[in-house]
Design a protein around this ligand. Sequence first.
Ligand code: FEO
Length: 142
Amino acid sequence: MVGMKWDQSLSVGIDLIDEQHKMLIQRINDLATAVDRNQGTQKIIKTLDFLLDYTEYHFSTEEKHMVKNHYPGYNEHKEAHEDLKVTLGNLEGDFLEEGATQDLAESINVFLVNWLIKHIHGIDVKFGAFLKEQGLEMTEDA
Ligand code: FEO
């Protein structure tokens, strides 16, 4: 498996977002490990659900702050989030239908990791830069 690691090159300059990305990476790695080792349906579904829940939580945190701060890139950013949520739902459907296949393992190891890196570098950093330029803070309960 690939085993993605967070490093400073993935920082968007906002601590809360960085911390949530680290957790997201952890959950992707947990899922990849469960699928790679074919740890059984219940374990894989559990790690997939953890990932889905945390992804939802993370995206809604970012979106809430975009709306609150009138971020001009909100629509484009939200669309990217929605696309990934559909993909994750499809992964779950594929797993339920076909089990922990090599294709599924590859989708997780390659697609999810690449998506996240591309999303952070291409889209999240813009939001991070916007918050910094405006001198805005981002807290969990904002
Ligand atoms: Fe960090 Fe836009 O997801």
